[in-house]
Design a protein around this ligand. Sequence first.
Ligand SMILES: Nc1ncnc2c1ncn2[C@@H]1O[C@H](COP(=O)(O)OP(=O)(O)OP(=O)(O)O)[C@@H](O)[C@H]1O
Length: 315
Amino acid sequence: MNPVIECHGLTLRHGTLTRLDALDLAVNEGEVLALLGHNGAGKTTTMKLILGLLSPSAGELKVLGGAPDGPHAETLRRRLGYLPENVSFYEQLSGREVLTYFARLKRVDRRQVDSLLERVGLIEASSRRVKTYSKGMRQRLGLAQALLGDPQLLLLDEPTTGLDPAATRDFYETVRELRERGCTVLLSSHVLPGVEPYIDRALILGAGRQLALGSLEELRAEAALPLTVRARGSWPGTDWSNGWDETRVTARHLNGHTLELGVHPSAKMAVLRRLADSPGVEDIDVMPPTLEHLYAHFSAPVASSPPLHASRGVS
Ligand SMILES: Nc1ncnc2c1ncn2[C@@H]1O[C@H](COP(=O)(O)OP(=O)(O)OP(=O)(O)O)[C@@H](O)[C@H]1O
């Protein structure tokens, strides 16, 4: 299978400023890739290079088989969808009128308008003026606009900024449906809660450089951050600081009946066995590092700290 996006050594420099530095990446059909990074990390620059709005100063980039800033651009225009950050529309037009207008601009069959409004959950509100729409509804209209022409590749720049958790989940559910239809999705975000179940891989950028790339499992394996283990029960004087290599297990009582352990992956099974064999333990939860923990780790490697480093003495 040919990658939808393929780049080697992709670099963009302006004088002494390096906006993107030697990025190597291949994104396959039907994959959802999250582009993560602090402000100025290079997320939008990467998207603009893929859209052909910027040209690389070095390296190679192919999108759907060709360079996006050359003659291939016209073909790509019809196969790419883009939702920019801070999308805005004509407030006095209805949702349907806005989408019909964009359909005309994109030379897309107008019959797509209603089916797209339906798909993003705006059909009921389609006759209302955009000025009455909530932030979530505007983002959904933006997504419908990006989906005009049934694109094979969708670029979503900070699509959930400003959305509440329910609207964020609804938005990502639509992304999941698109993925199931074979659409490749690149989404940038620094709003990490909620995104984890919907992505296949994450690319973490920092100052234009690739800091990490992989699935959650791959990033977890690379980071080797502690897991959080919570055990509930009654504690008959067990000292959990004894018998462990303290670089691998830390422990603290959250309250009278909950013990929280920070456990290096290599010690996981030993800790679980010991907890399971302890008569006072009634329940155990195991929580691997979240995307937020991984992001914090990779974007600040020197100062990285595990999600938990609690007091060691447990009685
Ligand atoms: N039009 C521009 N001209 C020159 N430099 C720019 C321009 N736009 C962005 N930059 C610089 O390029 C670098 C990468 O910016 P970019 O917008 O890609 O980051 P980002 O990760 O999308 O950040 P944010 O989360 O703030 O949107 C930054 O140093 C930024 O200052």
